[in-house]
Design a protein around this ligand. Sequence first.
Ligand code: ZN
Length: 113
Amino acid sequence: MIPTPNDLQPCPHGCDALVLITITEHGRRMPVEPTPDETGNQAVYKTGTGTWRSRSLDGATARPPDPWEHRYRPHIATCTHRAVQQAIPGLPAGRPRTRRRAPARRYPIWKAP
Ligand SMILES: [Zn+2]
């Protein structure tokens, strides 16, 4: 399903881009780019009541998009008004996000006495 101009709203972060506001599985608002993108990680469809729903395709348990769903990219990835934004080509990259340390080993390594 492709959104019509009536479905689009200005970016809630204030970057002036028109975005499609979707509701995630968790009931949160998630702005996505207004055109489908095969590289997107959000499966989006419009419900019978006109609500756009999205669900993440990331994760091992996510099922592939259904025939009535299209892939979209989250607007956050390209939003220029987002405080915590990802690297934009042509701009110096911000400090790389520090990786979380691996969780501590649950069981101590057994050592021979
Ligand atoms: Zn934006």
